[in-house]
Design a protein around this ligand. Structure first.
Ligand code: IPM
Ligand code: MG
Length: 356
């Protein structure tokens, strides 16, 4: 039997509710499709920090390394600085395992409504490819003359030829695998004349390797407007770490809810495990109430199955999720009345029913 080792890190807030829900549907799909998931859970996160002074143990990355994938909930705590919780766990894993491609699909799921007036079902079907290892998130910069009137802070965006080339190749490959074969390269090369012009140049170079993919350039501000005004004109998008961070929140919003948006932190060369997580974060305002929307976690679980080499299982999980959403079995954030457990049970039942 095919077996995969999954490291589950529920983390903080509603991560502790959506990850168990995700594992439940994953086990149901594995049982149906005839493979096994060996799951090990790690209690890392903000409570762990309060107990030990660390978000995860010193050798955390060594511990995670032999796993096939990491299934991650959320990190963030009302009483701890975000830079400690994030850099101590999530960004440490992303950077430590060189998960340089952050993949963010956007669709309006059945049963959800886009806030855009003229969007029909199927009109929005995008994949945002976010550079995930450098750019504005490189952690490069510093502070000097603290507290003095001449105090200075720098936050330097780092772009390397290796880093930009590999994300561009990943984006072109994804565009090539999709029916429209259209890639929009988003930069801000009118104002940022070093790093962003470099991006545009490397895009043109890599494009030559993909003659069957149509590609175009768009400035990030114009792209924000286009996502609202002409969403049908967009397919695959590649952008820097920060630009894609912002555009992907806009994407989640125009798709009807950030509560259903998934993400994959991929190390496409498979030297290290990749990490799959919902985008929504720890949402401590609703944590512990059992009302968190598990759909983003289910969708990212489907992305994980795809990455593990189980495309049929991934497809069957997404079909089940869409059936349940279409039937109106949804949580309050997307206008339903169901709780996390009810949505999870409905998805499990749909998976079991599909192959019965
Ligand atoms: C995201 C989030 C994170 C990011 C935050 C929490 C640091 O906004 O996954 O998009 O910007 O990477
Ligand atoms: Mg974000």
């Amino acid at each position: 039997m095919r077996r995969y080792r999954i490291a589950a890190i529920p983390g903080d807030g509603i991560g502790q509710e959506v990850i168990p829900a995700g594992l439940e549907v994953l086990q149901a799909v594995a049982a149906r499709q005839g493979f096994a998931l060996d799951v090990e859970e790690f209690p890392w996160g903000s409570d762990y920090y309060r107990a030990t002074g660390k978000m995860m143990p010193e050798d955390g990355l060594e511990t995670l390394k032999p796993f096939d994938s990491i299934f991650f909930g959320a990190v963030g705590d009302a009483h701890l600085p975000d830079d400690i919780t994030l850099w101590g766990l999530r960004l440490k894993i992303c950077q430590g395992f060189d998960q340089y491609a952050n993949i963010r699909p956007t669709r309006v799921l059945p049963g959800l409504t886009s806030p855009l007036r003229q969007v029909e079902p199927g009109d929005i079907d995008w994949v945002i490819v976010r550079e995930n290892s450098e750019g504005e998130y490189a952690g490069h910069g510093g502070r000097a003359h603290r507290g003095h009137p001449e105090e200075v802070a720098t936050e330097t965006a780092i772009f390397t030829r290796a880093g930009v080339t590999r994300i561009m190749r990943t984006a072109f490959r994804i565009a090539q695998s999709r029916p429209r074969k259209l890639l929009t390269v988003v930069t801000k090369s009118n104002a940022q004349k070093h790093g962003m012009v470099f991006w545009d140049e490397i895009a043109a170079e890599v494009a030559r390797e993909f003659p069957d993919v149509s590609w175009e350039k768009e400035l990030v501000d114009a792209m924000a407007a286009r996502m609202v005004r002409r969403p049908q004109s967009i397919d695959t998008v590649v952008a820097t770490n920060l630009h894609a961070d912002i555009l992907s929140d806009l994407a989640g919003a125009v798709a009807g809810s950030l509560g259903v948006a998934p993400t994959a932190n991929l190390e496409p060369d498979r030297r290290f495990p990749s990490m799959f997580e919902p985008i929504h974060g720890s949402a401590f305002d609703i944590a512990g109430k059992g009302v968190a929307n598990p759909v983003a976690t289910f969708w990212t679980a489907a992305m994980m199955l795809e990455h593990l080499g189980e495309p049929a299982a991934a497809a069957s999980l997404m079909v089940a999720v869409e059936q349940v959403c279409a039937a109106g079995i949804m949580t309050a954030d997307v206008g339903g009345t169901a709780d996390t457990a009810a949505v999870t049970a409905a998805v499990v039942a749909a998976i079991q029913g599909a192959n019965a």
